[in-house]
Design a protein around this ligand. Structure first.
Ligand SMILES: O=C[C@H](O)[C@H](O)COP(=O)(O)O
Ligand SMILES: C=C(OP(=O)(O)O)C(=O)O
Ligand SMILES: [Mn+2]
Length: 446
């Protein structure tokens, strides 16, 4: 078979796909997308697989972060820079805490499509199609904006291309210099609200000065690898951007380095699992609290039949109250099945609440508690807590409650900008990194 069965998904149920307003437009856009250059190179994807294999062995740590839903208007230099900056700042702290290389990955340059609980949204008696991400329709609550417009897929491609271009420039052009990143972190710990992290910051400072005294000034300090990822959701985007790699003659998604399958689309016999099983990119699968041990084993059989190091990442998103109960049996099921997937925690999606004043939010303390639970589970099983998957922004928004700034419900009314889920803001993201680093230091001392 020469087509690798890439179109087999067409015979299966595909959940969460938009009903496009104009099918001729869609056909045209798919044709155009198939002619566009790849966004990522297959060789980079292979490098990432090796990095993730190291993390699965406990030799690296993955930090994956970014918006719940990227938007076209926010793909500006400032906002992209702030997000990269936040991820880099967190990575330094986590690198110190774990004494391991930290793999940096954005939910960026392609995170434009959202699965939704409901197909429609009703406001003041008016019902319109739900917002499904900028790749599908607009956030504004008007009939015109909520029309599922296939031309947006092309705009998603171009916005991803320019975002990725800036990411590559920032991370290799001097902006990501480790000493610079460390100096930004000093700005955070110098703030009296963050006094409790002074001691870690002091330790990192001494390590940096020690390196400088040794004359360490390598390319590794001045630039960094940075990978991009998104939920693989829309077949009308992913299929035209899946290409046969000229080196290996095998299919790669060229829309991003890492693709994950969401909680709502991970059915064993569904279109998403089938389609992504056929591509070479490292894959993630979200696992919510209803996941059964057998589901984990079947997902391994389908997505990683050869037990290839770095191929499969399980992203658990259980909720703080459930992780200690639900995760151990899944981790054990994978181990008993002869697999060594990378396990990372998404402490966001199991901890959603609606505030009294009507905002979708999350409490920082719940996020932190789920992360703690994740470390505890792995410590008990003797397996590797391999990484962190978070929704964050580099901007000073108020969407999640709590943290050292003590964001309360009233503040959400002033600085809530997300078009989908609430993100940790810049300060909360750094705080999370410092708290996780403390955990990692303790794990090592044991
Ligand atoms: O990540 C996104 C949300 O959790 C997902 O889109 C569902 O959100 P909803 O319940 O508001 O539709
Ligand atoms: C929709 C998302 O997550 P999940 O599939 O885990 O609900 C997400 O990551 O934004
Ligand atoms: Mn989300």
């Amino acid at each position: 078979m020469t087509d690798f069965g890439l179109d087999n998904y067409l015979n299966l149920e595909a959940k969460q796909q938009p009903t496009w307003a104009d099918l001729d437009e869609l056909a045209n856009v798919k044709q155009q997308l198939a002619l566009q250059p790849p966004l990522v190179f297959a060789g980079e994807v292979d490098t990432l697989r090796e990095r993730l294999a190291a993390a699965a062995r406990g030799e690296a740590f993955l930090l994956q972060g970014g918006d719940c839903a990227e938007t076209f208007v926010d793909a500006t230099a400032d906002r992209i820079r702030n997000r990269i900056k936040t991820v880099l700042q967190m990575a330094v702290v986590l690198m110190y805490g774990s004494s391991l290389p930290v793999i940096k990955m954005g939910r960026m340059a392609g995170q434009f499509a959202k699965p939704r609980s409901s197909d429609t949204e009703t406001r003041d008696g008016v019902t319109l199609p739900a917002y499904r991400g900028d790749a599908v329709n607009g956030y504004d609550f008007t009939e015109q904006s909520r029309r599922n417009d296939a031309n947006r897929l092309m705009q998603a491609y171009h916005t991803s291309a320019s975002t990725l271009n800036l990411i590559r420039a920032f991370t290799t052009g001097g902006f990501a210099d480790l000493r610079e990143v460390h100096a930004w972190n000093k700005g955070f710990t110098d703030n009296p609200a963050n006094k409790q992290y002074e001691s870690i910051a002091g330790d990192i400072d001494r390590a940096m000065r020690f390196m400088e005294a040794c004359g360490v000034d390598s390319a590794e300090l001045r630039s960094t690898e940075f990978f991009v990822s998104h939920e693989g959701l829309l077949f009308d985007y992913e299929r035209p951007l899946t290409r046969i790699d000229s080196r290996t003659s095998t299919p790669y998604a060229t829309s991003g380095h890492f693709i994950w399958i969401g909680e709502r689309t991970r059915q064993l016999a569904g279109a998403h699992v089938d389609f992504f099983s056929r591509i070479r990119n490292p894959l993630g699968v979200k696992l919510g609290p209803t996941t059964q041990p057998e589901d984990v084993q079947r997902l391994i059989d389908i997505l990683d039949p050869n037990r290839e190091p770095g191929r499969l990442t399980f992203i658990s998103r259980m909720g703080a109250g459930k992780i200690r109960e639900e995760l151990p049996k899944l981790v054990a099921a994978a181990r008993d099945h002869g697999a060594q997937p990378l396990w990372i925690t998404d402490p966001m999606h199991g901890n959603g609440i609606t505030t009294k004043n009507g905002y979708k939010s999350r409490r920082f303390e719940d996020v932190m508690d789920e992360v703690m639970g994740f470390f505890e589970v792995h410590r008990e099983l003797g397996t590797h807590p391999g990484g962190l998957h978070v929704e964050l922004t580099g901007d000073d928004v108020a969407e999640c409650l709590g943290g050292s700034e003590m964001i309360d419900e009233a503040t959400l009314e002033e600085r809530y900008e997300s078009v989908c889920d609430p993100r940790l803001n810049h300060m909360q993201s750094l705080e999370l990194a410092f708290l996780v680093a403390e955990q990692l230091v303790q794990t090592q001392r044991r």
